[in-house]
Every structure is written in C-alpha cells, then in structure tokens.
Design a protein around this ligand. Structure first.
Ligand code: MN
Ligand code: MN
Length: 481
C-alpha cells in the first residue's frame, strides 16, 4: 500500500518536473490545421516563383502594397501608429515596418531573415565552345556552402538580370515554365568512373571548375564561323534578350534548381524545395506582418537581408549601413528631430528574432547530433541560444532572461517550439545574422525552421515548423513587450 502511494507521488512529480515536448501534429485542432495547410500551400507557390533574392523582394513589395504598405517617402516624414511602410535597397534587401502604439523609445520588435540562397553564379566571361564534346557551356562560380556533387544531373534554371551600357536592365528567367529549356551539369557515367572518381573524397568528386552548365549543341550553318555552337547560343540570346557576350560582365545570372516545391510522404507532412534556407523564415516573417489586424504594441520591423550565405558583406547584406539607416529614418519620421543617441537608445530597448534555418535530425546521419539537443522536424519552431563553432566562436549567445520571456510568449500562445544546438560540440558549426543585430545592443536570439538536407538543391522542412515559425513571428511582432 505504502509502495503504491509512493509511486503515484512520483507520477505527479513526473508530470510537473519532466519536460514535455511532443510532435507538433498532435498539438493543433482541426481548424488550426486548416490554417496551417493554407499557409503552406501559399508558401509553396511563393518559393516556387521566387528563385532568387531579386524575385523574392519584387514579389514581397507587391504583396506588401496589396496590404496597404507604402514607400517611406510617401509619408513625407510623418509616421503615426498603424502606418505601414517599406524601404528598399537595390532590389535585393528590404525593410518593412508597422508603427506601434507605444513610443519608439520603448523599443521595436524586429524579425530578420535572409533571402539569398546557395546557388551557382555565372562567371563574368562564361561562354565557351568545347569542340571535343561538340557542346557550348557556361562557367559558374558557386555562391555559399554547397556540396558540389549534388548539383549534377538535374534540371537547372537561369534567373537574374543583365545590366546594359545604355542603363537598361534585361530580366532573364529560363527553365521554370514547362515549355522552357533548362540547363544541366553532367556527371561521369559509372562504367568509366572508377579511375577518374573512384578514390576521390566527396568534396573532390565534382570540382569547382567542373560546375559548367551545358547551354548548347546545335551549330550555325556558316563555314566562315569558327565556333558555330557558341555562335548559335549568342544569336539566340541576342534575339530573345538583346544581349551580347560582353553583357555578361555586367550581369547577375544565377543557376538554380528547376521545378516547384513538392509535398513529401504519403501523409504530405513535409515540403521539399530549393531555397527553404532562408526563404522559409522570410516567408514566416512576412506572413506574420501581412496578417496583422491592428497596430502592434511596439513598432514591428521585418528585415530581409541579402548576402548571408557569403558572410553578410556588401551593400545589401546585414552588415551594411542599411539597417541602421532605415531604422533611423523611421524613428525620425515618428519623432522628428531625433538625435543619434535617441536612435541608439531605441535600438538598445529593442528585441529581435534572427530567423534562420537549423539542422534537423537526418535519419541517416544521426551521429553529427547530440540527440538531447537536436531539432526534430515537426516539433515546432527551433531556437538556438548560440551557433558558431570551436567553443561557440562567432556566436551571439542569447541572454537566458530573454529566452525565458520568449518561452512564456510561445507557451501562452500555443506555439510548439524546441531549443537546440547546431550539431555536436566540435562537429562543425555555422553562423547567422544574429550577431549583426546584437551589436546594436538589441536583445537577439536565433529562431527558425529545422531542415533536413540543408544547402542541397532540395531541402526538407515540416509544415508544422513552417507554420509554427510564422505564428511565433506573429505573436512576437504583435504582442511582445
Ligand atoms: Mn540561412
Ligand atoms: Mn545557409
């Protein structure tokens, strides 16, 4: 009898003391699962269309304008609670805001993400004819961290712009329509691969200088032309886009995987797509902002950065002056004549979610994780207190007090979440834009969607986590004080 009483005492204590993380699919009722499916369908269409940072920003400005956002200039230097605005930066970087009910001196709630993704960039002098194979190819230089062997033998699209000497730009987007041609990098057949590739390490199987896309195989019928296949390619490009070989020098053309985002599994619980990193979080940021029904408590800011995958440098990266400059302009329009000290005070009183993807447990490669601290797909939006490598180096390492407030926000709001690490200690590592926000003394933590197959041409995310990320951003932007 005494033994049984003791057992039930521990049953109650277990209930109270043990962490209770459960699969997010078990957390939502039918009505909310309906909202989740709708959001995910819209997200799939969005990233299928926005294959690079320029397309993502263009689409976002159209979405924002449909929801009443206007360029900051159109407010003529005067902003009040409820006003919705955006500031663009060279078509690749965007700041959006909704002015809150509280004064800007009480701080802003900021969510940031990045809209660039790993890809292959066309080189400045890309086009050549290879007489031995009777093909024309274009050379690329990869952008961001990729496993090069993943980019061969699959349809690839070409997206971007060519800027011409006359000041105009030509948009190029080939490979996404069913009737479009696409491009490919061909790997070696297994029959002849044993000497050429058999003993190589994974990183050397396909080398950087082998990432050349096949762009042509038909010669022009003219005996006087030396490189007939290259001529055919240039003739087509000139007819369709009005560009010449020299125009590649002032172009930004990106080679990306062709095709739409797809549902994965009999139960359709996962989404496979190119560019989840980090457009899945950017979409969550925007979904939160666009679905905001009334003015938020604090001024809500969404920042979409470019160049994260190559270190956040450059005029459109998180490290540029644009963030500080944009926020200063907003503060000055809310409270004209604000001093620089006032702007810095506003930032120091602010809070931020650096929303970026993290490494979910891959069923075939569990050994890279400490399973007690690894994100599972479907267990909700994922926080990382710190990222970095070799003893958290290069990491933001969020404050415990800040995490406590966020735990409460998400628990009270019914959002499934987990807090994990990026792999085992000393296994590898990585970074995000978090430290670039934190350096303004902004309370900052990494939060986002866990992916399997990150940085591959077809990354996986859970619909639960995509929705949880959007819902967490919404609670944070609307209510966090
Ligand atoms: Mn990322
Ligand atoms: Mn990345």
């Amino acid at each position: 009898m005494a033994k049984k009483a003791e057992e039930s005492k521990y049953k109650k204590l277990e209930e109270k003391l043990f962490s209770k993380k459960e699969n997010g699919w078990l957390k939502f009722g039918r009505a909310e699962l309906g909202i989740l499916e709708k959001m995910n369908r819209e997200y799939m269409a969005y990233i299928s269309k926005c294959k690079n940072e320029r397309l993502f920003i263009d689409e976002t400005i159209a979405w924002a304008e449909n929801n009443g956002f206007k360029p900051l200039e159109s407010y003529k230097g005067k902003l009040k609670s409820g006003d919705k605005l955006y500031i663009g930066n060279r078509g690749k970087n965007l700041l959006l805001a909704v002015i809150g009910r509280k004064g800007v001196n009480e701080g802003m709630n900021i969510v940031a993400s990045h809209v660039d993704a790993p890809r292959l960039d066309i080189k400045p002098n890309p086009l050549y004819e290879d007489g031995d194979s009777a093909m024309a190819l274009m050379k690329t230089h990869y952008y961001g961290g990729i496993k090069k062997y993943q980019w061969v033998n699959r349809p690839l699209s070409l997206v971007g712009i060519a800027a011409l000497k006359d000041g105009t730009t030509v948009e190029i987007n080939i490979g996404e329509e069913p009737d479009d041609p696409c491009f490919v990098i061909s790997d070696l057949l297994p029959h002849l691969a044993s000497k050429a590739q058999g003993d190589l390490k994974a990183g050397e199987v396909i080398k950087g200088e082998q990432l050349n896309i096949i762009v042509g195989s038909v010669p022009v019928n003219d005996a006087d032309v030396k490189e007939k296949i290259k001529m055919m390619v240039l003739e087509k490009l000139n007819n369709d886009y009005g560009i010449t070989e020299d125009d590649f020098i002032s172009s930004e053309l990106e080679v990306v995987p062709s095709g739409m985002a797809r549902e994965i599994g009999f139960d359709r619980g996962l989404i496979g797509a190119y560019g989840h990193d980090d457009r899945v979080c950017a979409y969550g940021n925007l979904w939160a902002l666009m679905n905001m029904k009334k003015a938020p408590e604090k001024t809500a800011v969404v920042f979409l950065a470019d160049k994260e995958e190559i270190g956040s440098y450059g005029s459109t990266g998180m490290d540029s002056n644009f963030f500080y400059h944009g926020v200063s302009k907003i503060i000055d329009a809310v409270k004209p004549g604000s001093s620089e000290i006032f702007v810095r005070d506003c930032l120091a009183a602010s809070s931020a979610l650096s929303t970026d993807v993290s490494a979910g447990v891959n069923p075939e490669f569990k050994q890279v994780h400490d399973m007690r601290n690894a994100p599972k797909l479907g267990y909700g939006v994922n926080f990382c207190k710190y990222t970095g490598s070799r003893g958290k180096a290069g990491s933001n390492d969020a404050d415990a007090e800040y995490i406590a407030r966020l735990r409460k926000l998400l628990d009270d709001g019914g959002v499934p979440w987990q807090l994990t690490e990026l792999g085992k200690v000393d296994e590898g590592g990585g970074g995000t834009v978090a430290w670039l926000l934190a350096r303004w003394q902004i309370n900052t933590i990494d939060m986002g969607v866990a992916l399997v197959g990150m940085h591959s041409p077809f990354e996986l995310a859970s619909k639960i986590d995509i929705y949880a990320c959007g819902k967490a951003c919404k609670l944070f932007l609307e209510e966090f004080v």
